[in-house]
Design a protein around this ligand. Structure first.
Ligand SMILES: *Cc1c(COP(=O)(O)O)cnc(C)c1O
Length: 714
């Protein structure tokens, strides 16, 4: 750990580029990234769009030239004005809608945050959602601070060998080149954060990432003062055994609360994003009891000011610890909450699917939070059913778990070309009011050919990106010919291109579309109406079935019979996701229902005019309207077994492709524009744009949960 940030001295006139580099606000404002790009385009690419690293390396001559260039300066001044306006937060939606709530802070705890490739502190959907939530909070002026971890080895980078094995690569994170500042270290006043947890002391440094108005505080236990095993606690996201995991979660939940206290931040509301952070509720109760409150009053207080979001109906997705482990790490803790062993363990007690009982983090969070939600309409219902046993007196419908459907941060996910198009036809301020459905009715004013040309262009950008990666790997690692093939170098810009990118968990059924190869090959190799598929995604290193799915797909992709029509893009991350969700023609999702809680990649795609072809699960259960994409909905009983369902879904998927998707895509009029397809694209955009956005989502959290909880904090 280094405790200083390396700031470059810049010409006075443009010295605030440093502020911009250390605030990820730039990353969701296209014009702001233009400033860096314009200074030195090659270096901008070489530093992987990391402005901190970029400013450390850019040549003084280029900086001097920019400081004297009127065009650059005009842009610079415009950006800085917008940046300052954001930081003031004065005319924001929240300030105007809830003037009485000024000064009340929400603390948002999450084990991962997906913000930008320069910060490898996320693994997938949960992290991206947390990142989008924080960015949107800044955009609407919600007073929120984030709490999480910096993982010195991040989540892994994925490399795939020529025989299809996923190799995880853990790179050490370069603190000096990261867009974050140290706020607590051995050199700051008061020294490192010292967490007395069960008789031991764990030390943590704390870093701050700025996201517009919002600050995100990240704890890091990789400091010399710690024992080697404690240094490892924040080494990797979701690494280690159960013991590492419980200690990690103690640092996140308990340490996070103490961290805010140390910084002098007194949140009115705490939001636990997933059960990982649920120990925060115990720590709050403990500190209230220590302050003289009774246990039951403290519980009431905590409940009324805590929001908890559960994110998955997959049982294995809920952390549960054996009692002996909890006992080992909390036996000095429950006394200070005013509890004995039994009372304490009862807070998290929940049946284990394999028999016996465990200390379940979701059960704990459900008991100690008063505002609980799932992440889509269907997932809300599934969650009420799943946790019904905790409210045995209530009917399933009365179980107090509601839903707030996930959405995506529009400025982050919109392609620059689409942004310009919307600015032209929906109004230059379209982003300011993108959650207003009436805005989107004007989508019909966009000429079909203009929209279609952009779609074609975005596909060519994806294919170029894939070829460029293949070329780079070829040079750097001497990739063999099969790897160049599987990387997608033979993809055809005229073929209907299906995208399938997500974590390789078995319930997501990546193999479904590949499960009748004869039929699929017929579809793909049609001479006049060719189809191709691009896959991407990581499997958790400990997930053997997930890894073998990757090998299977990889083996197929290199098969001569497939002829390069299946490609696999390595190392799916935010950057790759941006190319994929903007660049393919159709976004495919075929989980085994109802296990996809929401899914958000399809929302990113729809926003960019890439319609969704999906099982009616997660967000699509409420998003599908008949004319804005396709549903894979075979007529089978709801309780059909897995084999029957897989078969029926597969056949229906092929049928929809053959009879609906492919014909519509290739039906062109005399000027080559697929009118019917463009009509469908417009419907996809019009229906997804206002509703499945983080703006709608965060406003909903605010008006239905945060504000109520803020009132309770008085
Ligand atoms: C959006 C996103 C996800 C989540 O997508 P799902 O549809 O929920 O699977 C995962 N990883 C990355 C990199 C993403 O951008």
């Amino acid at each position: 750990m280094s405790t200083f940030t390396v700031e470059r001295s810049l010409p006075n006139r443009i010295s605030r580029l440093n502020d911009l580099a250390y605030n990820l606000w730039w990353s969701w404002h296209q014009n702001a990234s233009w400033l860096f790009q314009h200074l030195d385009k090659t270096l901008w690419e070489l530093t992987h769009h990391n402005p901190v690293k970029f400013l450390q390396q850019v040549s003084p001559a280029k900086l001097e030239a920019a400081a004297a260039d009127p065009v650059f300066l005009r842009h610079y001044d415009g950006i800085m004005m917008a940046f300052d306006k954001c930081l003031e937060g004065k005319d924001s939606w929240f300030a105007q809608t809830y003037p009485d709530m000024a000064g009340r802070t929400i603390a948002y705890f999450s084990a991962e945050f997906g913000l930008h490739i320069s910060l490898p502190i996320y693994s997938g959907g949960l992290g991206i959602l947390a990142g989008d939530h924080c960015k949107e909070a800044s955009d609407i002026g919600l007073p929120l601070v984030g709490v999480g971890f910096v993982y010195p080895q991040g989540y892994f980078k994925q490399s795939i060998t020529s025989d299809g094995r996923q190799e995880p690569i853990y790179e050490r994170f370069d603190y000096n080149a990261a867009p974050m500042e140290c706020v607590i270290s051995r050199e700051t006043e008061g020294g490192l954060l010292d967490l007395h947890l069960n008789g031991n002391v764990i030390y943590a440094a704390v870093w701050r990432v700025r996201l517009g108005l919002v600050s995100l505080y990240l704890m890091d236990t990789d400091v010399e003062e710690n024992e080697p095993w404690d240094r490892e606690l924040s080494a990797r996201l979701y690494g280690g055994d159960q013991e590492t995991r419980i200690r990690q979660e103690m640092v996140l939940g308990i340490g996070g609360v103490r961290l805010l206290d140390r910084l002098g931040i007194r949140p009115a509301v705490f939001h636990a994003n997933e059960g990982h952070a649920a120990f925060l509720m115990l720590e709050r109760i403990r500190s209230m009891v220590q302050g003289g409150m009774s246990f039951s009053d403290a519980v009431e207080k905590v409940r009324s000011t805590t929001v908890f979001t559960t994110h998955t109906p997959v049982p294995a997705g809920h952390d549960a610890f054996p009692f002996h482990l909890v006992e080992k790490h909390f036996h000095n803790f429950w006394g200070s909450m005013g509890l004995d062993r039994e009372q304490f363990l009862a807070l998290g007690e929940y049946p284990d699917p394999h028999g016996g009982v465990n200390f379940n983090m979701t059960a704990l969070a459900l008991r100690l939070s008063g505002h609980r939600n799932g992440v889509s309409k269907l997932h809300g219902r599934v969650s009420r059913l799943m946790w019904h046993s905790m409210w045995p007196e209530q009917t399933v419908d009365e179980v107090p778990i509601t839903h707030v459907t996930n959405g995506v941060h529009t400025p982050t996910w919109i392609a620059p070309e689409m942004d310009k198009l919307f600015a032209k036809y929906l109004g230059h301020d379209w982003l300011d009011k993108h959650d207003d459905p009436t805005l989107w009715t004007r989508i019909d004013e966009i000429p079909d050919a203009e929209l279609w040309n952009i779609r074609v262009h975005l596909k060519s950008r994806l294919l170029n990106f894939m070829r460029e990666r293949a070329r780079r790997d070829w040079i750097a690692e001497g990739a063999d010919s099969t790897q160049v093939l599987t990387a997608g170098t033979l993809l055809d810009p005229n073929a209907l291109t299906i995208g399938f990118a997500r974590r390789f968990a078995t319930y997501k059924r990546a193999m479904l579309v590949l499960s009748n190869l004869v039929r699929l090959k017929n579809i793909m190799h049609d001479e006049w109406r060719p189809v191709q598929i691009v896959f991407a995604g990581k499997a958790h290193p400990a997930d053997a079935p997930g890894r073998s799915l990757i090998s299977e797909i990889y083996q197929l992709a290199r098969d001569n019979d497939i002829g390069g029509r299946i490609a696999f893009v390595e190392d799916y991350d935010i950057h790759v996701a941006k190319y994929l969700v903007r660049g393919v023609d159709v976004w495919l999702n075929n989980p085994r229902p109802p296990l996809e809680a929401s899914g958000t990649s399809g929302q990113k795609a729809a926003l960019n005019g890439v319609p969704h072809l999906s099982i009616l699960d997660g967000w699509w259960y409420e998003g599908y309207q008949g004319t804005n994409g396709w549903a894979i909905a075979p007529d089978i009983p709801e309780d059909a077994d897995d084999d029957l369902r897989d078969q029926a879904d597969r056949d229906e998927l092929y049928r929809v492709l053959e009879e609906e998707v492919v014909p519509l895509y290739f039906e062109r009029d005399s000027d080559g524009v697929p009118r019917g397809w463009v009509k469908l694209i417009k419907e996809a955009i019009r229906t997804a744009g206002p509703v499945f956005s983080a703006r709608r989502m965060v406003k909903e959290y605010a008006s239905r949960m945060y504000v109520e909880a803020m009132k309770n904090a008085r």
